[in-house]
Design a protein around this ligand. Sequence first.
Ligand SMILES: NC(=O)CC[C@H](N)C(=O)O
Length: 207
Amino acid sequence: MAGSAVPRIGVLALQGDVREHLAVLTRLGAAAVPVRRPDELAAVDGLVIPGGESSVMDKLTRLFGMREPLREAIAAGLPVYGTCAGLIMLADRLADGISGQQTLGGLDITARRNAFGSQLDSFETDLAVPDLGPEPVHAVFIRAPLVDEVGMGARALATLADGRVVAVAQGALIATSFHPEVTGDTRFHELLLTRVAERAGRTAAAS
Ligand SMILES: NC(=O)CC[C@H](N)C(=O)O
């Protein structure tokens, strides 16, 4: 955050619902900017990877020379929040990616794309998310992935009534199968800003 009180938060803007995230982050008082290039990534204190189509996002991150900078930023502890396709991009393992599809990794989870099938493409439900307080989160799922397996490094933040995991966290990384940016509930984005503030505090203390 380089001495400034206003965190600069990027939204990976290669593909997907970028504008909605920029709007939520701006509402929360962050300087919200689209990120397409390595120099833009280097200038942010936190990042959102939006929903969209993960196989296309994967191809574009490689085409735009963003794959390695993103992997390095994640490894260096950049706070990142991934929604839907963004969750898939942050997963260390993919259960059923299309041929050649890669992820950035960072979360010790196995993600399964389009896990609800064509019968149940999109649905909404209220979810308990204890980390965000007693009020449930109204979760909108759109051709959503599931977290098939949560490894030792990651932690489930929310599950469906049947126990399937739909939100996870690990260090400075947060990911949800669903789309809080379309409901007006800003608590997951606030959690990202908390991770950013925590990291800024640690950096200041170390210098
Ligand atoms: N809303 C979304 O981000 C859908 C994700 C998409 N089904 C994928 O596999 O990447």
